[in-house]
Design a protein around this ligand. Structure first.
Ligand SMILES: [Zn+2]
Length: 282
């Protein structure tokens, strides 16, 4: 315990304590905002804050990954199975079944939840990143204004600040966030996993080739999100409903379809795979 510093005992060349310029944990350049006493590491994937970041990312109002709670996150970190958000999308069934109290069924459910999270609206995905001061409301403003993540990442602070609802503090924080190379790289990797799909602007009817036809979509499509597929159908005059009935004209069926496929077979509804779906659109 330091009781008192005896000035005279201090060697003449002793230096004052200097804040480290790099995060001692991950090596990222540290940010110390003016007027704030605490320095902080701006790297989202810094091990020192990863646990908290992952829990935010998986949260109900963010990527909404059911089952990815405290206990599981702790286990995944301990087993070094995740080191950032993107690695969640790279987990394998074989690794997951090895976890404590984690059977085949829970592993499959978790992977399905993680896969489904890619369908969250852009604003929720922006919120999930956990950019400082970017809450749900700000995320919604950004998604509305830019409609794709690259434009947000490349926006100048002054430009961001000019958007109604975004003040200097938020704009600076977003600028700082995307100035960190580790964060940029993470966003790129998430994009490779099909996150941050650009929002498709509402479009007018391009043709009426599907006029009067009713579609149901099931499973994961490779080239379209659910919303995009729906939009393509509606642009051609078709309608998309949520459940298969006798009056359904087509079931569009992607990877790992649900019970809708069984219903389609039961009602004799024609099933289109993605290739056939693309053909019917052209
Ligand atoms: Zn760090």
């Amino acid at each position: 315990k330091v009781v008192k510093v005896i000035e005279t005992k201090r060697p003449p060349n002793a230096r004052k304590f200097v804040m480290p310029e790099k995060c001692p944990v991950c090596g990222a350049k540290i940010i110390r905002p003016e007027g704030e006493a605490v320095s902080r590491c701006p790297n989202l994937s810094c091990p020192a804050k990863l646990r908290e970041s992952l829990l935010h990312f998986a949260g109900r109002r963010a990527m909404n990954i059911e089952g990815l709670g405290v206990k599981l996150v702790d286990q995944l970190l301990e087993k070094k199975m995740v080191h950032d958000y993107a690695s969640l999308y790279e987990m394998k069934l074989e690794e997951l079944v090895e976890l404590d109290r984690f059977g085949q069924k829970s592993a499959e459910n978790l992977l399905r939840e993680i896969e489904n999270s890619k369908q969250r609206p852009l604003d929720q995905q922006i919120f999930a990143l956990g950019v400082r001061y970017t809450g749900e409301h700000v995320a919604a403003i950004l998604a509305e204004h830019y409609s794709n993540i690259d434009d947000i990442a490349n926006a100048k602070v002054e430009e961001l600040q000019a958007i109604p609802g975004i003040g200097e503090r938020i704009a600076t924080s977003i600028g700082e966030f995307f100035a960190v190379p580790q964060n940029r790289k993470l966003v790129e990797r998430l994009k490779e996993h099909n996150l941050f799909r650009p929002k498709v602007k509402k479009q007018k009817l391009v043709s009426s080739t599907l006029s009067g036809k009713t579609f149901v979509i099931t499973g994961t499509l490779e080239k379209f999100s659910r919303d995009e597929a729906k939009e393509e159908i509606e642009k051609r005059g078709g309608k998309v409903t949520s459940s298969v009935s006798k009056s359904t004209d087509y079931l569009v069926c992607g990877e790992s379809p649900g019970s809708k496929l069984d219903n389609a077979k039961k009602f004799g509804v024609p099933v289109l795979d993605e290739t056939e779906f693309v053909k019917i659109l052209s």
